[in-house]
Design a protein around this ligand. Structure first.
Ligand code: AKG
Length: 269
């Protein structure tokens, strides 16, 4: 019997589901082509060509993808995986260049290195975050070490990190690291405490929706604290309709319930 999202994510750290198909995928690909050409047409952009800051602004080029924020095919898996009602916590579009690469890391980069505690990476600690990548074209740019979210680094992994608690140098070999092979329209949901990196080793044309959710009733993780209130953005959201408005309001309501960023990593203590 296939594993449920929750079982797969708890055991392996990730779960893959088909989200977009047929005409819906073809429409998303047409919009993605336009954005890719805008980002990389001049050849000037490098790296992950990330569209992040402007995701919820009136002039955002990502407007065709706003509906994904409240799409039940996505929120349903996030709710199964985390075991309760979820709140959206951020999104961007990864328009990675053919040479895009990152060092291996867990997503703990916003926490000072001396505060990072190996006890967090354990099956006994509930991690209130689920992240996802939904590519509009075939994408093997997310690399992971399956199962590494629930244990401290092995000695061989620690050697690759060379003393850093945050990130390895680019191009370092990571034992057990594999690319997550996604067909266009498939979505990977993952625990970003996995050791992972972005690496476009095949020079793929990458346009990938990247987002995250947290459970509403439990202290969120450190990922939750990115977005800030912006009056101009609120005015724009009001113009978009009830779903987008409520996403925004639920985010700020959760932030008001759990205002202390530092508590987000003290939860395991
Ligand atoms: O490019 C990717 O899929 C991974 C991105 C990532 O790990 C990050 O931005 O922290």
């Amino acid at each position: 019997m296939p594993s449920s999202p929750r079982e797969s994510i708890e055991r392996d750290g990730y779960y893959i589901a088909q989200v977009l198909e047929g005409d819906e995928l073809a429409g998303a690909q047409r919009a993605a082509e336009v954005i890719y050409a805008q980002v990389h047409g001049t050849g000037a952009a490098g790296g992950n060509g990330r569209h992040g800051q402007g995701f919820l602004q009136a002039d955002s080029p990502l407007r065709p993808f706003f509906y994904l924020l409240h799409d039940p095919r996505i929120t349903g898996v996030a709710e199964q995986a985390l075991g309760g009602k979820v709140v959206w916590e951020g999104a961007s579009l990864l328009c990675s260049a053919p040479r895009y690469t990152q060092g291996w890391h867990r997503d703990v980069l916003q926490i000072p290195e001396d505060k990072i505690d190996d006890r967090w990476f354990s099956p006994d600690v509930f991690f209130n975050n689920i992240q996802l990548n939904l590519p509009f074209f075939d994408d093997a740019c997310l690399w992971i070490v399956p199962g590494s979210h629930r244990r401290p680094l092995t000695p061989a992994e620690a050697k690759a990190f060379a003393g850093s608690r945050h990130i390895t140098a680019d191009g370092v070999e990571m034992p057990g690291g594999i690319p997550v092979e996604l067909k266009a329209g498939q979505c990977v949901f993952y625990n970003n405490n996995l050791i992972h990196r972005g690496h476009n080793g095949r020079g793929q044309k990458r346009v990938t929706y990247h987002s995250g959710y947290a459970r509403t009733d439990v202290q969120p993780s450190w990922h939750f604290y990115g977005a800030r209130r912006d009056p101009k953005q609120e005015e724009f959201l009001r113009s978009l309709g009830p779903e987008m408005r409520s996403i925004h309001e639920e985010y700020h309501a959760a932030l008001a319930r759990f205002p202390d960023f530092e508590k987000s990593w003290r939860v395991a203590e």
